[in-house]
Ligand binder design. Structure first.
Ligand code: CA
Length: 360
């Protein structure tokens, strides 16, 4: 079942312009948690106050909801999905974007630096990442305006792209283990203006080519729903430093489906990623920087050998256009990313439509 009792992702919804509040998705319905569980934390407009309560509460709440639904004691609190509006489920504290796919990093290295080794010397030693812009994280369905910038002449980006990623939502602050801190998983489309990015990224990395919008799915899948999808992480050579050593299996078998205007572009699997999310979390905090409730960190583009998660790889930077003739996003295009686990559990979708640039 896509959204059965074993899934139960959390989101924020409103009905008829009312206050946004917290619900859990069951099939094509939303379970209104505040009246069901008699807890005002579910009347909040984001998941942050609930997430801040910690893993023991997340587990107990999930078990209670599963019991109530199994006993059929929720009917009066179930609302059809088509009656609700979905909102950004978290107040994003910090947003960090990694670069954890060996295939993606190698492909971009070959394109951007054709005369060098595709991977920089540090790449196999640490999960490379950068701090992104938390304030432009938007919920699935939000329209995305084509950015303007230096490419290097000024104008609307001519190489607007997608990055199909998997994101991790931090529930509790401090420093500690992945299982303790991470509340759940979202799908991410990290929109990228490749022409702006190519001009600006040396020497300090991605900036305005990335910061205009990052879309996330409206539903946050609890980590506890993904136990059956856990797999060993991909083999790593050289062996990472002690603080990056894996203590548990946190590779995830998630088959992504990336589509453009309804046509399939690619089906990368997240299990092929080189760096796993527990390693990324260990890396974020190793310098002493504490986590905060609402932190979001994303995997970087999920690309397999034959299934790239970006247009720049699919079209080799425009050298091999798609069947439609286009290589990058056109105004009016809609991109949708979905994902499923081996048992058919759905991680929902992240979708967005491109609006024309507004010249400044
Ligand atoms: Ca990215």
């Amino acid at each position: 079942m896509s959204f059965g009792l074993d899934n139960l992702p959390y989101g924020v919804f409103s009905v008829d312009g009312g206050n946004p509040r917290i619900g859990v998705r069951l099939e094509d319905q939303v379970l209104d948690l505040a009246p069901l569980l008699h807890d005002d934390v579910f009347l909040e407009p984001t998941l942050n106050p609930f997430m801040a309560r910690g893993r023991a509460v997340w587990r107990a709440t999930r078990a209670r909801v599963q019991d109530l639904l199994a006993d059929d004691r929720c009917a009066e609190h179930l609302i059809p999905l088509d009656r609700v509006r979905l909102h950004l489920p978290i107040d994003v504290a910090d947003y960090v974007d990694f670069y954890a796919s060996l295939e993606h990093a190698s492909n971009l290295g070959r394109m951007f630096r054709p005369d060098e080794e595709p991977l920089k010397p540090n790449w196999r030693h640490l999960p490379v990442g950068y701090h992104g812009r938390a304030g432009t994280v938007v919920v699935s369905g939000t329209q995305v305006r084509r950015p303007c910038g230096q490419r290097p002449s000024f104008g609307p980006s001519l190489k607007l792209d997608i990055e199909a990623e998997v994101g991790y939502v931090v529930g509790t602050g401090g420093t500690g283990s992945f299982e303790e801190h991470v509340f759940g998983v979202v799908l991410v489309n990290d929109w990228s203006a490749r022409d702006i990015q190519a001009w600006e990224y040396v020497p300090l990395g991605p900036f305005l080519g990335k910061s205009f919008a990052t879309s996330i799915s409206a539903w946050v899948t609890p980590l506890d729903a993904l136990d059956h999808a856990r797999v060993p992480g991909r083999a790593q050579d050289p062996e990472p430093l002690d603080y990056l050593r894996r203590k548990a299996e946190w590779g995830l078998d998630l088959r992504l489906h990336v589509s453009l205007n309804g046509e399939t572009l690619s089906n990368p699997n997240y299990r092929d990623m080189y760096w796993t999310p527990d390693q990324m979390l260990a890396h974020i905090t190793v310098n002493g920087a504490p986590l905060r409730t609402g932190d979001l960190y994303a995997s970087g583009t999920v690309s397999g050998v034959d299934d790239p998660g970006s247009l720049i790889e699919l079209t080799w930077n425009g050298a091999q256009p798609l069947k439609s003739g286009q290589s990058f996003l056109e105004d009016g295009d809609t991109v949708t990313i979905t994902a499923t686990t081996p048992s058919g559990l759905s991680l929902g979708e992240v979708t967005g439509r491109i609006l024309p640039a507004t010249l400044r």
